[in-house]
Design a binder for this molecule. Structure first.
Ligand code: SAM
Ligand code: DTB
Ligand code: SF4
Length: 366
């Protein structure tokens, strides 16, 4: 971190790194760098903006599951595909708050609630607004992903205190039509503009490994970097191949390509949190470690994503301990230092136990 004397120069140079005009050729040139050069550059950018060993920790909950009218080819919750998923109506507020408390006690700082909707109906919006109020009252950051929202819906969610709204671009504009036909790329950009206009933080990213070309990955990141300001949170999902979805048999993406995409996302959006999102259960520890080295600094934590699995919390604690990572301090809710300190002490204690457990576990595998 800079000392006071250098603070101004440092801020100016940091600001200069924030660009929204990356050309596709420039982005493809980053992807084409020798791997070590790309990771070195991403680490430099990462360290100029973040504590390189801090990882923001969010927990997800599906508050309304399945029977979605949209036809996203990757999604187990689309009503267009037979995935055998148990459908659920909108959860009761008390159940959501109880899950949020459990997530907080386990060490999450943000609680993300997802609904399988094209967009929220009026009667649902009033319920989810109350969920936001009650989850926020626990001292957690709140995030929701409810499909498309218009300007009025976005401002009401913001009024309820919603911190982040997640809405992904998913892939490049060129490949998008191969994946979703029931809403357009322009619809998605409009929702993001409504969220930003309402004063909420934007969470937007995409999915890799859907059979897209390398150029599509570059074009997705270009679209995200064109958003001004950049999304505060950029989830990079690796496709979870769910039987029954049209993408169940798509060819696996080489993990090195995932790492390259994370490194390029870090370079293009230096001050954004880049989340190593869905797909971690299928990844080994080395791939995840490389993702953190490439600049990923956020994860979903907890045994479940929305409908599919995520690494067991105990395994993630062991991984953090092995890599010397720690949960990031909350960026909002200043004045809550006592609670944060208690959380960090609890996590440090658990980390110590997890480190011993990881060593013991590894010894049994040797
Ligand atoms: N229905 C809302 C929407 O689409 O905006 C919110 C929920 S939706 C499940 C949120 C995001 O999860 C999608 O935009 C997509 O990026 C991601 N997702 C869904 N299924 C996935 C899968 N099988 N693998 C990876 N990511 C997935
Ligand atoms: C995001 O980019 N990934 C999360 C969250 N935003 C809502 C969802 C991942 C879903 C993976 C498939 C599932 O569990 O249903
Ligand atoms: Fe519905 Fe969202 Fe799944 Fe698309 S990604 S089918 S909108 S739940």
């Amino acid at each position: 971190m800079p000392d006071a004397q250098h603070a101004n120069t440092y801020d100016v140079s940091r600001q200069a790194m924030i660009r929204h005009d990356w050309s596709l050729a420039e982005i493809e040139a980053l992807f084409a760098l020798p791997f070590n050069d790309l990771l070195f550059r991403a680490q430099q950018v990462h360290r100029a903006h973040f504590d390189a060993n801090a990882v923001q920790v969010s927990t997800l909950l599906s508050i309304k599951t399945g029977a979605c009218p949209e036809d996203c080819k990757y999604c187990p919750q689309s009503g267009h595909y037979a995935t055998g998923l148990d459908k659920e109506k909108l959860l009761e507020i008390e159940k959501v708050v109880a899950q949020a408390k459990a997530a907080q006690e386990a060490g999450a700082s943000r609680f993300c609630m997802g609904a399988a909707w094209r967009s929220p109906r009026e009667k649902d919006l009033t319920v989810v607004m109350e969920m936001v109020r009650q989850v926020k009252a626990l001292g957690l950051e709140t995030c929701m992903t409810l499909g498309m929202v218009d300007a009025d819906q976005a401002s009401r969610l913001a009024e309820a205190g919603l911190d982040y709204y997640n809405h992904n671009l998913d892939t490049s504009p060129e490949y998008y039509g191969e994946i979703i036909t029931t809403r357009t790329y322009a619809d998605r950009l409009e929702t993001l503009a409504n969220v930003r206009e309402a004063g909420m933080k934007v969470c937007s990213g995409g999915i890799l490994g859907m059979g897209e070309a390398p150029r599509d990955r570059a074009a997705l990141l270009q679209q995200l970097a064109r958003l001004d300001p950049h999304p505060e949170s950029v989830p990079i999902n690796m496709l979870v191949k769910v039987p029954g979805t049209p993408l169940e048999d798509v060819e696996d993406l080489d993990p090195i390509e995932l790492i390259r995409a994370i490194a390029v996302a870090r370079i293009l959006m230096p001050a954004s949190h880049v989340r190593l999102s869905a797909g971690r259960e299928q990844m080994n520890e080395s791939t995840q470690a490389l993702a953190f080295l490439a600049g990923a600094n956020s994860i979903f934590y907890g045994d479940k994503l929305l409908t599919t699995g995520n690494p067991q919390a105990a395994r993630d604690k062991a991984l953090f301990a092995k890599l010397g990572l720690h949960p990031e301090r909350r960026s909002t809710c200043h004045g809550d230092d006592a609670q944060q300190a208690a959380l960090e002490t609890a996590v440090a204690h658990q980390s110590q136990q997890a480190r011993s457990a990881a060593l013991a576990y590894d010894a049994t595998q040797a």
